[in-house]
Design a protein around this ligand. Sequence first.
Ligand SMILES: [Zn+2]
Length: 412
Amino acid sequence: MLCIICREPQEKMSDEHVIPDSIGGFYHIYNVCVVCNSKLGELVDSPLVNHKLTDLYRFFQNIKGKSGKVPNPFYGITFYSKEEPEIKARIDVGNEGDIKIKYHPIVKVKESNGFVESIEIEVDTENEREIDTLINKIIKRKGIPESDIVKSEFRREIRTGGVGGKWEMDTLKFKIGLLKIAYEFAVDSIPEYYSDKNAVEISKVLKGANYEEVNKYAIIGNGLDAKIIEPFKDYLDFESKNHYLILTESNYGLLCLVKLHNLFYVGIVLSDKKYLNFHDTIVGLNDIENREFNKYKFSDVVNKCLASQHSFRFAYNLRSEDEAKELGDPNYRYEGNEKGEIPLYRYNGERYPFLVHELLERSHVEFSRCEDLVISRYYFDNDSEYFVKTMGTGKLYQVVAAEITQKQVRKF
Ligand SMILES: [Zn+2]
């Protein structure tokens, strides 16, 4: 079996998480080899899942990891007391996501003529036990005899102000994790994409963890801009914490929009070829609460958002003034009108072996909206002519499109 990352035939394949499981991904594929899987985890997934923003998000949402702990987004950052900048601190996060400020000990050694006059140590009240250890270290280093030491102690509470710190954030590396998600989703959803020349290039970028090359593909949005998914906001519930993958067309070519939590948003241009039309857009929904990942056609997503009660009408190709008049008659009915099972005829009166709703399923559809009403317009193919039969007179009228108006009742 060919591995989609190294593109070599491999015997040992793995269970690859397209969206890393540590951020609640439930999308698995099985065509990445064991070696590539482990490299991807280390060099490609890691800058994304260990990103300070991922930690910060999980911290604010109180999402515990496998260790049962809420991550500490402040780890590794030195904070400074606002009132006395020489006082340094770090911030710890408790198991329940509570914040604790821990001051670093301050040690001042006063010397004159090469002799130590005094050692002053300030520690956090919680760390009083550290004082002796620190003093002993200094005494040893300075070679002070035990008999010369006079200990005194005083306490004061000084740490009342806030702390500030400098937070450095990766703005480049994490995008490779998003590129991987988009690439694997596309290969899994459009099999012929695997042979695309851009797909071959992207698999090399991923295999070599070539961070600089990612910006060639991650060109829509800066990685954090929610605006890029707006064209889909009417139907997809972007307020939810769920992850969404959207494979669609764009002016650039094949595009994958990736939304992880309410945090990372990026548009990856996967190819200059289009592969899909807008109405064939594929939506991958990673439902965190129900722990599952499913793919949907965007047109099915739209239908799931709409109430079943709807109005239906045809667009006619009228051949004369008389036809227009007849159709305008309030008593005009065509066969199947009441039941919604509408038969279709050829010009010569021969009946087609399918009904209107079957024709709709394979027609090009365009959506438009008016407040909470959604209008789906289905255009029939031009290869054939379709007619409906008038009740009573049996006259045939040509129909070229159909329009269904439905109320939107939910987002997906
Ligand atoms: Zn491989």
